[in-house]
Write a protein that binds this ligand. Sequence first.
Ligand code: HEM
Length: 357
Amino acid sequence: MAPPSSLPPLDPVYYPAAVQPQEITASLARSAIFLIVTVKPGDEAAAAVQEVLANIPELLRLTRIRRPEARSTCVSSIGAHAWGRLFPGPRPRELQPFEAIRGVHVAPSTPGDILFHIRADDRDMCFEFETSLLAQLGGNVTVVDETPGFKFFDDRDLLGFVDGTENPNGAAREAAVVIGDEAPLFKGGSYVITQKYLHDLDKWNALTTERQEEIIGRKKLSDVDLSDDVKKPHAHNVLNVITDADGNQLQILRDNMPFGRPASGEFGTYFIGYSRSPSRTILMLRRMFIGAPEGNYDRILDVSTPVTGTLFFTPTADMLDACGTPDAASVPEDAPGDGPADPDQSASLGIGSLKGR
Ligand code: HEM
């Protein structure tokens, strides 16, 4: 669909004609580093960070040369507070700070201007890329969280269950994640929500396997979905299946990773969910934390506590490339966006029209 004819012609630099998404839907890798930073105050810091963002493809190229088969990638996503400083001009309509959710359990909201989702099949390649990236960012950012994650046996989380089975694949994966004609100026972009969960493994391991399977909604060893007649209404995979008003399932792409430091008693899951609208992930979170109906909450949360919560917009590779160029910086503040941000998140995200199954 062409952009509405009432809009002036698009700036060729700020809105490049090509729409090349970042490598969000690339094959999910064996190792990751989730790096969240805030940008220091001042125009100088913002300009320096813009330059680094535009240079990421080159940084990746230099890293990849060392071991191409490790499939190193880095997806950079921008938080609501930093958007105007790094991308002057219109903002994606659903880019807002993550709002804390207070239900039976609490999902906190924590700071974050940029998320660097660094992935590779080998840990050293993630480490190498992060080291170069931080050297370039220098004193212009403050690291608020750095979590190295790893794949655990056959893609299990530290609760012992296979995590990622029902992720969409192929065309369905693109359709779940990549913004299309609904926001012509941001086509090819995405939204991402992250949460860092700490598990109480003593409490979890004290449960019977049958009880654990009820909580997740799948068999632990075989990863087979429980049949509807035994599945509990609060099962994780019941609460997280949502549909639009016409009954079509609305999916997200997860690339969760276990992390931990056994000697410190730290065991966790880093949740990361990309989607073409953050309303999907937010609705899933509300169903998990508040319950659906209210009180029918996700029992995973009795043993898993989120300590972070952030929402970012993932620009296209082309937008990142143009970040900080004089032409891009000169885009007027009032250039067309895909709509004004609404201070009431649930209203602007249209959560009211989405449902659980
Ligand atoms: C402690 C954190 C979490 C753990 C350990 C966890 C683990 C799992 C496991 C084991 C499955 C079943 C296998 C699969 O289909 O992937 C699953 C499914 C799923 N999870 Fe999570 N998850 C966590 C947090 C979340 C959060 C925060 C969301 C969304 C906001 C979410 C969304 C989903 C979805 C959409 C499915 C697939 C449901 C289906 O289509 O059957 N998960 N998760």
